[in-house]
Design a protein around this ligand. Sequence first.
Ligand code: FAD
Length: 437
Amino acid sequence: MSRPRIVIVGGGFAGHNAARVLHDSLADTADIVLINPTDYFLYLPLLPEVAAGVLDPRRVSVSLSATLPGVQCVLGEATAVDVEGRRVTVRTPEDDTVDLSYDRLILAAGSVNALLPIPGVTQNAHGFRGVPEAVYLRDHITRQIELADLTDDPAERDARCTFVVVGAGYTGTEVAAQGPLLTTALIRNRPRLHGQRVRWMLLDKAGRVLPGLDHRLGRTADRVLRRRGVEVLTGMSISEATPDGVTLETGEGVPSRTLVWCVGVRADPIAESLGLPTTKGRIDVDEYLGVPGHPELFACGDAAAVPDLTRPGELTAMTAQHAERQGRLVAHNVAASLGEGDRSAYRHHDLGFVVDLGGVSAAANPLGVPLSGLAAKAVTRGYHLMAMPGNRLRVATDWLLDAVQRRQSVQLGMVRSPAVPLDSSAPELAKSPRPQD
Ligand SMILES: Cc1cc2nc3c(=O)[nH]c(=O)nc-3n(C[C@H](O)[C@H](O)[C@H](O)COP(=O)(O)OP(=O)(O)OC[C@H]3O[C@@H](n4cnc5c(N)ncnc54)[C@H](O)[C@@H]3O)c2cc1C
């Protein structure tokens, strides 16, 4: 009898964990194939530290082949799933098409930026989901400070030194908290800019920072942000974005060359493309992470609408904590569907959250205990090191270097155009050079 083939779409928190556990349990009896557009697992929670110049981009990029020996890693993007024919179509980075049949499919394609219909945002905002975007943002901020140093026009200098972040969830809050530390480091060696006002603004429609999380985390983050001079505008968004600035909902114009868009996420569109029932774009699964009526189909992580058995009637949150646990469980349940062990239902109580605010600041609530300052920082960094599937020593070394040395403030040549389309995905950024400005 031929070996069953298990195909996993997506090598993030859910897919990487699923592949690892499946390899441990079924390597001798099944072929495990992982499709991912990059050859690395991206540790998203540390991406703000890449944008801030604390971590080298490779630190958050953990090699799939090195951490998943024995798993066939297919470099490409799943573009279609033929549910009846049990086949996945994959587009490789060089635009070739590969068709893969499967006996079991795990959809773990994660999420993408949520776009709102605000004029100019798609064309002028920076997204924040991948390594190229984080490096791009760091280059862009560095460039703004360098160009502000060049100009004799005070209005242009002010605009270049104004940075607007929309969305005060964990991503926006971390970016806005790290931002002033980066710009202060950039300005240190530029005497012409000493005394220049550098504005960092953080906006959110909600009434507070970190709206989805424990209010004590929000209070800590708010305090740190304000202490660093960040203008925190809650109950506020923008009504328009242009290359020269944003208009706040109040009608006030804010000249700026930098808009960072951190407003929410939605499931990867491939979840809806299967033509199966979805909730808020996430593919419906039962508590065993199986797609009802399709014993060969499973989904987990941000792309799946997983019922939260600890909060009846609700779905599990789109967090790394859930995704990695769902990835491990889905692997056991897929193995059970092939006759290895028994399946179990997904049930996980939130263990708390960590938010790194840069410098020596963080906010955390491990097991519901609110922490701030150095204690939170230690818990946050310890958590990230434990949660990363690789590169731990390298990450710890970068943190140590950042503590004892000045940040390297150079551009890496990612910024070619003043316009930064928000919907530019990582491969597009790499593939389509734009004209030099
Ligand atoms: C900047 C940022 C910071 C975050 N910080 C935190 C945090 O501090 N704590 C926390 O709990 N959560 C955090 N999150 C959320 C957390 O990262 C996600 O909930 C988690 O990554 C979801 O895991 P996943 O496996 O479902 O998706 P992902 O980890 O996003 O992995 C999905 C994978 O699928 C790939 N993929 C997508 N489409 C396809 C396709 N068509 N074919 C093949 N592969 C595909 C993607 O490239 C990616 O590798 C953060 C998110 C972001 C963007």
